[in-house]
Design a protein around this ligand. Sequence first.
Ligand code: EPU
Length: 337
Amino acid sequence: MNIFQSIPLKKLNTFALDVKAKYYTEIVDEKEIPCLIENETFRENKRFILGAGSNVLFTQDFDGLVVLVSNRGIKILEQAEDYALIEAGAGEFWNEFVIAMLKSGFYGLENLAMIPGKVGAAAIQNIGAYGVEQKDFLHSVKGYRIEDNEFPELPAKECDFSYRSSIFKSALKDNFVISSVLYKLLKKPNVNSNYKDIKNEIEKDGIKNPDPHYIFNCVSKIRGRKLPDPSDFPNAGSYFKNPIIKKELLAELKASHPDIPYYEMADSVKIPAAWLIEKCNMKGTIKSGAGVWKNHSLVLVNYGTAKPVDIINLANEIKSKVFQKFSINLVEEVILI
Ligand code: EPU
């Protein structure tokens, strides 16, 4: 493991922001983690553990150590008639992992097709799409706890998973390096086609019994239509989380906006932030090289010349317009560094 100085991060963040890391290293094998933790540069600087850089916004040069997680490997640990227990290195690319599972006949992750990022970050962020969250199939997370030099395996129920969050973003923030994630996948498909967009597609295609391969292709198609490819239009997916509001506020908003979409939750509702942004006439706006994607208003795009401040200014303008119109505070889904 070598530590390098003053390394450009432009190719390591999907917003393609031209920032630098003061120190940089890469982990290609989980056996390197203890050595990393003991390293003086790691101990004495602030650090950021980076996956595919697809959910981060570097607000400026990083004045510390960036650790790129690249340890790969997929192992079948256990198989029974109806399930398989799989261990994937934190540095596996998520979509490649999903494809490999589908090819092996291990199902459940097909709704999470085409999500950029790596396996370790998928657990931290509890990625979700089209009616499935990765927590639905997660068995446990292995990694290194810095504080006590332990290498525990945390079962799913100890990971505090919730909408786009986990213990790795709260109690264990900056104190845990994930080495691998274990998933318990189905050998007999149990297709989840409840999401509106998937239902529409099934109807259009006239499919009677969609299988996991169909769902994977269907989700890939929907995403391809709505979301910009970061290699053409650098972006980090949804910029904001969908806000969760009280039912009382929804009732008030319904009076002035009867068409407001929402998803029922236990004692609250979730509103699509994309709709709020669109209603503020921000869809398609471009300012100083930063823009709101024309096909999906929750995605902010770097049109090539944006600096971190241009993305932040645009995001702040969106937040203030949405607050003025709906009294709702949007909160970033991307991690600001
Ligand atoms: N909508 C608009 N305008 C738009 C786009 C969407 O009004 O430009 C409204 C529509 O009412 C639509 C609703 O928003 O029905 C929901 O849109 P969509 O199905 O595209 O989902 P989303 O809520 O915007 C979330 C996730 C996505 C995930 C999709 C599909 C968050 C923050 N985002 O987006 O995840 O792919 O659902 O499940 O929860 C990501 O996290 O980076 C991400 C892309």
